[in-house]
Design a protein around this ligand. Structure first.
Ligand SMILES: [Zn+2]
Length: 445
């Protein structure tokens, strides 16, 4: 339904869909439109239910489902059963979203299966589990810990694991052996699963088999979506760059009976490149514009390459004007094809640039009237502020040194800014920034 709306279909008339739905749904920074894929969104919602079963095991629904479907294992390791309710089947099928993007933070180690759960690799959770060696009885992570202290049992770990794995484990910080383990989401600030993070991850993983967009093309989209231009201008440019525009040659290739030649000069096929850059009329439009672009010597034979070149060699204001003129050229082409009117090139570029200026002036006025925007604009201006009189303030920071250790530093100051004392400490580290900062805070306390 969304797709029909976007491409202009109605109940009476079906319009051409110029790009696959999956491409339209990919995120904007990868050059698509960022429409919501409802199947993926539904899966992200179901994964949220799964996350609740893990993080709120005492809730009634978690207890009922556990008793019925996974009495002896964890939700993430639950096995398929012959008879399953529709709800449970759906939640279980979405559990891969949690498995793939989460890892266990170590508490008492009682909830974590050494061989099946993702715990060894704390960040960038891609661990897929490994077969349990036949001659070993170890199952839970808790069995790898020292029975008395908040530490790993180095002897067991060195016996069981390969040296690099043992090193990975010894680098993991055991948070508190008296607390339960905690499942942590890899890509969110607070480590909790959110539907938004799940949805973006599904879309990203779903697109992995396709060639991932190069940094270069990502750069184009980053520039395009940040332009201060009317949305109809940027969306037209988006369609042009995806060759998703009904120029005659595209229609002809899709089996529409029509003359594929340029309706203006009839000298060449009407392709995207011809309409916007190569047609004599287009060249006159660019030259007559405020940019005075002379495309007579243009060596680039592809529109995409040309835009890429312009983005890399001009500034944002110039690209905004180019976007407006592209819109003007397409508008004039449609006036010619559908109304038989031939608009003069100089009129096209001046109308397009006026539209752009109007849009930008209006946007700027709104910006000035909105004090919130101005305040947010200054939010980076953070400086030290003194504590109330008679109290002390401690500031803490942690830094990961090149040898893999965390160094924490703290400074204690009075309300007049004078220093009471400073201290630094070194910790055996994990690569986790949050843990490093937390150790700094612990030192300070
Ligand atoms: Zn032409």
């Amino acid at each position: 339904m969304i797709c029909n709306f976007w491409w202009g279909s109605t109940t009476d008339q079906r319009k051409m869909h110029w790009l696959k739905w999956s491409k339209v749904c990919t995120q904007k920074r990868n050059g698509r439109l960022g429409f919501r894929d409802l199947r993926a969104f539904n899966e992200a919602l179901l994964a949220k239910q799964g996350w609740r079963l893990i993080t709120k095991p005492t809730s009634l629904v978690a207890q009922v489902l556990k008793a019925k479907y996974f009495p002896n294992e964890s939700f993430l390791n639950a096995k398929h059963k012959q008879v399953m309710s529709y709800t449970w089947r759906s939640i279980m099928q979405a559990s891969w979203v949690i498995k793939r993007g989460s890892y266990w933070s170590i508490g008492d180690g009682d909830d974590i299966n050494i061989w099946e759960d993702n715990w060894m690799q704390q960040k960038g959770a891609t661990y897929k589990g490994r077969p349990k060696p036949n001659n070993l009885n170890l199952t839970k992570v808790k069995e790898l810990m020292d029975s008395n202290y908040n530490e790993w049992n180095i002897d067991i770990i060195n016996q069981v694991f390969l040296p690099y794995e043992a090193q990975m484990i010894l680098n993991i910080h055991i948070i508190d052996k008296t607390q339960p383990d905690m499942l942590t989401r890899d890509c969110t600030q607070d480590g909790q699963y959110s539907v938004k993070s799940g949805y973006h991850a599904i879309m990203e993983w779903g697109n992995l088999p396709n060639a991932s967009p190069s940094n270069n093309s990502q750069h184009i989209w980053n520039v395009l979506w940040k332009l201060q231009v009317p949305p109809k201008h940027s969306h037209l440019l988006w369609r042009v760059l995806h060759n998703a525009l009904p120029v005659k040659n595209n229609l002809f290739k899709r089996g529409v009976r029509c003359d594929p030649l340029c309706p203006r000069c009839s000298n060449s096929m009407e392709t995207i490149h011809h309409v916007f850059l190569d047609c004599e009329w287009a060249k006159q439009t660019w030259f007559a514009s405020a940019l005075t672009l002379n495309l007579g010597q243009n060596q680039l034979t592809d529109f995409y390459d040309w835009i890429n070149y312009m983005i890399n060699n001009t500034n944002k204001e110039c690209i905004e004007k180019i976007t407006a003129i592209i819109y003007g050229i397409w508008y004039a082409r449609n006036v010619l094809v559908f109304q038989g009117k031939n608009l003069p090139p100089q009129e096209i570029s001046s109308t397009a640039l006026n539209q752009l200026q109007e849009y930008q002036t209006h946007g700027r006025e709104q910006h000035i009237q909105d004090p919130q925007v101005r305040r947010n604009g200054c939010s980076n201006d953070i400086s030290w502020s003194p504590p109330p009189r008679g109290t002390l303030k401690v500031n803490v920071d942690a830094h990961l040194s090149s040898d893999g250790h965390w160094s924490t530093g703290l400074v204690l100051r009075r309300s007049d800014g004078s220093t009471v004392g400073v201290a630094t400490r070194t910790h055996n580290g994990s690569a986790d920034v949050v843990t490093g900062e937390a150790m700094g805070l612990m030192d300070a306390i």
